[in-house]
Write a protein that binds this ligand. Sequence first.
Ligand code: URA
Length: 434
Amino acid sequence: MNMYDIIYKKRQGEALGKDEIRFFIEGYTKGSIPDYQASALLMAIYFQKMNTEETYLLTDAMRHSGDVVDLSSIKGVKVDKHSTGGVGDKTTLIVGPLAAACGVPIAKMSGRGLGFTGGTVDKMESIPGFKTTLSEEEFLDLVNRIGISVIGQTGQIAPADKKLYALRDVTATVDNISLITSSVMSKKLAAGSDAIVLDVKCGKGAFVETVEAAEELAHNMVNIGNADGKKTIALITDMDQPLGNAVGNSLEVIEAIETLRGNGPDDITELSLTLAGYMVFCGGKADTPEEGRALVEKALTSGAALEKMKEFVAGQGGDPGVLEDYSLFPQPSYSQEIFSKDEGFVTSIDARRIGLASQHAGAGRERKEDDIDLSAGLLLSKKVGDKVKPGMLLATVFGNDPDRVKKAAEEAYGAFRISAEKPQMRPLIIKVIQ
Ligand code: URA
């Protein structure tokens, strides 16, 4: 078997078999297949697509490219949650404490931001002292003691995905349904939880734009998870405009804390309660998702989830004082406000452009090895459907480099569309795939 024949076969639109897919994944992971051949195959997959069987085989090969975590020492049904990536998506930091406060053990591995999308690991690192790398023993001990731990993905979990994702990011091959399915599900199956709740983002700020594509992606992932014996549910949710008002690492953590206090923006609160409700249902603590939702609402209003967040922060070495005093977060030296020039309604806020603006302000990396400014980002003052007049504040950009803040402010202004007619709002939760 050789790589040339595999690339040729896929280029001609034929389906690859188990041995060919394994040959590629094993060879690429250990370095015997070079990036240029892997890139050619990715592009062939991008154009010719993979069928359901090939997607399953690819996921399985990637899952077994490294370690499979054993969470059996944690009592209870462990539930994982994964978002396919978006702008302003800080839900892990809200649903984790919510579900844990309802007795569902959360032993989660998260990623860093890449391109215009953010990542939970970067967000958590804006909390002074917070450790995102723990030994396996510390990780398991925290989940057993306080019910939640979230760490960065270790190099041993699905290393094929780690390499392939970085390659896809620079070869314009991220947004393919089979490649996203295998990337997400290989990590989720290797990470050892018993059930998985997926948040499949759909819209301009997501890797899939149409509801049809999001449905296909969700069905693929749900089928693979369930076939593996893990209860898997996917929610297709809107990502046309950013989620919540805050975009950028410390800004998003503050918004997550405010949401746990009951003061969060409507969209982020609604999505978090729904996702956490499904997690509680999948974790066997409720008979229906609706009952799960009622339990998480109680955990929110009683303050139990906020208390869980405090334990989680302290458990991972972070300063729990940040929950009371936001000045303990990294502070930006510059800010620039953006005002409306028009009268009417905000009809759209391009999430991708807002994500890029946040990245330009310093919150995201242009290259993988870049340092990020944890204080940088944006706060939106208006969302889609809001009425505006000339001179009204649309958003504020923060950062430590005045030139970057200025460039980001220009980009963010371009993300807003304002017109006379009130826009039709599509629901935040578009569909649930079980
Ligand atoms: N999230 C992932 O983990 N992988 C993808 O390919 C896209 C989003």
